[in-house]
Design a protein around this ligand. Sequence first.
Ligand code: SF4
Length: 512
Amino acid sequence: MDVADKLEILADAAKYDVACTSSGIDRDAQKGKMGNTLAAGICHSFSADGRCITLLKVLMTNVCVYDCAYCVNRASNEVPRTAFKPRELADLTMAFYRRNYTEGLFLSSGVLRSPDYTTELMIRTLSILRHEYGFRGYIHAKAVPGTSPELIGALGHLADRMSVNMELPSQESLRLLAPDKSKHDILAPMRQIKDNIAEDRDTRALMRRETTYMTQVRPKRKERAFVPAGQSTQMIVGATPESDFQILNLSAALYRTLALKRVFFSAYLPVNADARLPASDAVQLNREHRLYQADWLLRFYKFDVTEIIDEKHPFLDPDLDPKANWALNHLDFFPVEVNAAPFEDLVRVPGIGVRGAKLIVKARRTASLGEPELRKLGIAYKRARFFITCRGRWAGKGADFSREGLRAQLASPIEGGRHGRRADRVSPNQLSLFDAVETSEKTRIGRVDPPDRGLPEAPRAEGRTPSGALLQDAGRAGTPPRGEAFPQGAAGPAGALPQVPEAPWPLERKSA
Ligand code: SF4
């Protein structure tokens, strides 16, 4: 099997992992090295099913000794299996980067032989990228639950972000659907990553002050920061009976105790027939969407989870966003005067976001604000007007200021109604990494197979992927490659699994 075939299988197998968005870290280019990263976000392209592909999102291998009920790569499924050799994947990442196809790597994996063996493969790949090729682009690496602390430590010094997937919100659900994983195996690496990040930051802060104390503990050589962009996790929603109340409480606890940057929610997508899984495939993206809105309130609006949801109403209202729902349950809090209310009160008004509240606070220093000024500041006035006064006058004149009356005004079923399965949603003009999707006459694109499928071809003016599909980042079309030459991948014998090179660190291997 050549590298392109492996890529096709392993990129497709990785599409169910949603835990990637922007990089969250700034790092400038450096002379003699390759790449940089921007905190402002590097997700410009999305695959046909809505997943980001600006990062080369791929599995090290889809061979897996575990048998998680919800996973397409589980041991009991009969699917084509393959694995990258570390150098193949490193070369591929560089080749994609040089051709402007991607800006980094999102690396996950099935469990090949054991968590430690798999992690060694990932470390070897990232070592080649970072140390041999001097790659400074963004790398997100998944930690496999059950990996030894030494290997988590080594991986963390090579990646920018790490994540350990919670997968399911309770121990019972894990036991039912992912019997090879345990709560401890998942939480232990998360705790270690959190502690190592804090330790690394402290050490660096001390080094910058150059205290005499540091002459004893200063590292001998400059090491890469440990997971500088923090850690995240992912939970599947809808495969098990846990309520939004349980999911949001767990998320809040993870933010509080493990300092997570992000909790991703993934609406359950049936890919296997299994008696342990829900019979229906009607888990809707609407629920995932409301959970993300609630998550936003926790992270940026300083809501407490108890303000968003309670045990008596364990599911978020599908027709009302959680902030509007809070407002309707706290009508005694409103209206707030936009010319006087503190920032913390302004952000609680439906229609006023964090940015809008900041603009209001700044603008009212020099002017008294009314409807025209608020509209100019970009406030969603049509929503906000029921909850504010401007210069002492209620802006919602004529509206019924009752829970029912306001609910009728604010209820907003998510556009498109019931989204249904994510896999069924193919937007026009969005192509998968490999398929040439016929859309309209105007955007029809024929698949162009490269003459040699061993490695990506030179970039085409339209910005196509190696197999001819068009990347969605129109701004990149026709941009020149980042380098002239790229390393040639060394494809192994057909179907052979990679030989792991000797690890440069001492370790004890766990058995599977
Ligand atoms: S460990 Fe479970 S979720 Fe991960 S690849 Fe294997 S079967 Fe899938």
